[in-house]
Design a protein. Structure first.
Length: 123
C-alpha cells in the first residue's frame, strides 16, 4: 500500500522546488511543512504585496497555486491535457503524489508567469 503521507511530503517538496529560484526576487511569506507562500516584495497591488504562488498541503491534495494564471489566462493555453486534468479553477493544480513530468511543465509555466509579473512591473 502506498504511503500517502510520504507521497504528500514528496509532492510538496517537488512543487516547492519549482518556486525556489524565484525566492531572491520575491518575499517568502510562509515556509512550513504545510504551506509555502510567495508574494511580491513591493506593494504593487492596492498598496500591498501581490500574491505570486503557493504550495499548500491539504487533506486530499497538495495544491500548487500560480497567481499569474489568474491575471493572464492565456498563459495556460498551451498546457498539456495531463496537467489540465490536475487544474482546479483558474490558477490551482492538485497532486497526491510527485509527478516529475508535470512538475517540469509547471516550472516552465511558472517562468512564464514570473516574466509576466516582471513585464508588468509588479515585482
Amino acid at each position: 500500500m502506498p504511503d500517502r503521507a510520504n507521497d504528500f511530503a514528496k509532492a510538496f517538496y517537488g512543487l516547492k522546488v519549482v518556486f525556489a529560484k524565484y525566492e531572491k526576487y520575491l518575499h517568502v511569506n510562509a515556509d512550513t511543512r504545510e504551506k509555502y507562500y510567495l508574494e511580491t516584495k513591493s506593494p504593487s497591488y492596492n498598496g500591498k504585496p501581490l500574491f505570486f504562488g503557493a504550495v499548500i498541503r491539504g487533506r486530499a491534495y497538495v495544491s500548487f497555486h500560480l497567481m499569474p494564471l489568474y491575471w493572464e489566462p492565456s498563459l495556460a493555453k498551451d498546457i498539456s491535457a495531463n496537467l489540465k486534468q490536475r487544474m482546479q479553477g483558474k490558477s490551482c493544480f492538485n497532486f497526491s503524489a510527485p509527478d516529475a513530468p508535470l512538475f517540469r511543465e509547471l516550472s516552465k509555466l511558472t517562468a512564464r508567469g514570473f516574466a509576466l509579473y516582471k513585464r508588468k512591473n509588479l515585482l
